[in-house]
Design a protein around this ligand. Structure first.
Ligand code: ADP
Ligand code: MG
Length: 306
């Protein structure tokens, strides 16, 4: 974890893994002063709360070490531990069926646990990130730049999980609020109603999402979003190219539409953890997936003539 953005991504993944339907992110000071993710997910049972911030503690591996990889975003058991090394970690967590909640404070080697009362779900707070790591602190972006990237990251989660409630608060000011909606509604929350009016659905085996109508074409590719098995990923250029080629008959070369495409591939066909930040995805059959994306986009255009 080298920057606040990394912490935010891990905490959001944990909230999704916990099956949350409402996720709120609060940051202050570009994430260095405060990162807080509150969810209404499954919570951590009292018996394992103290362990959650231990290195390699994870509830996401089956005894043979494999099965849950299919369904969860994290399974290394390192994120909370790393956050407690880089800053001060505070957890407040309660499974809905459990009477009391647990509060865990972890920093460095020290962990303290207390029984408290709290709503069902989990709130993870990281404060004073890198405060004791001056070398790390020196390489950070300016807070405003980090906030821009965190906002864009949260936007990607909203776009790929439009059926959940999302909220982003930056330095005490609400920045983005999204109530459960369809993919078009998520485009409205993130990019505004004008963009939302221009998107059309893409549906094909293993591919779902939206692409914008050609009027919205841009030459920059910063509005092309992909997820693989639920995780927002940095798109391999081949996939961006496939979307652009899907539009090719209508658009000149180089134009980049808005798209949000959720890809589902067999677990054995991709390795989500090839990159430590887990944003780059390795697809076993990239040319095949790209061909499907190209065909799905072309098909959506054909179904919605101008
Ligand atoms: P990993 O996600 O790789 O298992 P983490 O360090 O991110 O490792 O989390 C450790 C464990 O703490 C998880 O396996 C999970 O059991 C629990 N946990 C963390 N965050 C949450 C959350 N928001 N809701 C429920 N359980 C959580
Ligand atoms: Mg995790």
């Amino acid at each position: 974890m080298s920057r606040p953005l990394d912490v935010v991504r891990e905490l959001l993944d944990n909230a999704l893994d916990a099956g949350a339907t409402r996720i709120e992110l609060d940051i202050a000071g570009g994430g260095l002063d405060l990162i807080r993710v509150r969810d209404n997910g499954c919570g951590i049972p009292a018996a394992s709360a103290a362990l959650a911030a231990e290195r390699h503690a994870t509830s996401k591996l089956s005894p043979d070490g494999a099965a849950l990889r299919v369904t969860t975003l994290g399974f290394r058991g390192e994120a909370l531990w790393a956050a407690a090394q880089a800053g001060e970690l505070h957890l407040l967590t309660r499974p809905a069926a459990q009477v009391g909640a647990c509060e865990v404070r972890a920093h460095g080697e020290a962990t303290r646990v207390a029984r408290v009362s709290a709503p069902a779900g989990t709130t993870v707070t990281v404060t004073r990130l890198f405060a004791e790591l001056p070398a790390r602190l020196r390489t950070q972006l300016a807070p405003a730049a980090e906030v821009r990237e965190i906002t864009a990251l949260l936007g990607r989660y909203v776009l790929h999980h439009p059926g959940l409630s999302w909220r982003l608060v930056v330095d005490g000011e609400p920045r983005l609020t999204h109530a459960p909606a369809d993919p078009r509604g998520a485009v409205a929350s993130v990019y505004g109603p004008l963009s939302a009016n221009r998107v059309m659905a893409v549906e094909a085996p293993g591919i779902s999402g939206v692409v914008s109508r050609p009027e919205l074409t841009r030459t920059r590719r910063d509005r092309m979003h992909f997820s693989v098995n639920g995780r927002p990923v940095q798109a391999p250029p081949e996939l961006e190219k496939a979307v652009i080629e899907g539009f090719a008959e209508l658009l000149g070369a180089g134009a980049a539409p808005l798209c949000v495409l959720n890809l589902t591939v067999a677990p054995e066909d991709h390795d989500p953890n090839i990159h430590p930040a887990k944003q780059v995805v390795a697809l076993a059959d990239l040319p095949g997936v790209a061909a499907r994306v190209r065909a799905a986009v072309a098909g959506a255009l054909a179904a919605h003539p101008l």
